[in-house]
Design a protein around this ligand. Sequence first.
Ligand code: PDD
Length: 293
Amino acid sequence: MPYNASMSTVYLNGQMLPLSEAQISVLDRGFLFGDGVYEVIPVYNRRPLRLAQHLSRLNDSLNGIHLDLSIDAAGWGEIIQKVIDANQGDEQSVYLQVTRGAAEAREHAFPNKVSPTVFVMSSPIADIPAADDIRGASAVTLEDVRWSLCNLKTVALLGNVLLKQEALTRGYDEAVLVRDDYATECSASNLFMVKEGRLLTPPKSRHLLPGITRDLVVEVAREHGFEVIERDIHEAELSEADELWFTSSTKAIVPIVALNDRAVGSGEPGALWREVLSYYRDYVEKLKRGEAS
Ligand code: PDD
């Protein structure tokens, strides 16, 4: 049967129900203010990848917006597994969102005694493709016009949305964001650069999301003997890069083969990308067998 999102089963405030029946108030602060946080967790062979790390980042995001939630890691684990089990596909992308809930009136300040809205849904994703099946992406540098708490994974994504759309409208696949002359990340992914055999990525700060895929890429690359340096990357260095990649939970590791209409390196997906992708895929195969988390 073809996949139909409206037939999927979601979790909303303690209940499992069809997506088409899930409803929240128009006074929900997620809707009115973007007052909420989220996570996207990839699932392979029905096992979430790096669940503990995603939940730890969720905790950081909740603390960052001063939202108290009584669900602990074990509770989240159960909810997420229930949603995975209730839906089609061994490979899924689980989306979870927590907002400050629906107050009785639209007031900026935090309301008293309002229960958070907790929502989890899932959609099928493809398995991570082999290197030969991945097309290199194009990217454009754009000014990072977002706010200064990009380390929090909030649902207030208008800055990211506008930047992504500008890239697409101008004919590129992704935007590499530059703040005060330094690359931060991409509109919905983290950035890696290869120079003279070394892997570079901007250090964690309030200007970028601490990507779970980024950390796993750093980990597997180091395990296999690569030198990985976390340091600021000046915009001018981007045009001298041997390779550029972007990473995210839904896309894994994607090579950027053209930046601002100029070839990156040879203009083909690079050799280091190919190697690190194979290590990443090996890790996911271990997860599928229950030998990694
Ligand atoms: N986005 N930076 C930004 C701005 C992102 O939106 C994302 C992911 C990442 C990569 O983080 P991770 O490796 O943990 O997925 C970096 C998700 C996938 C999204 O919004 O759909």
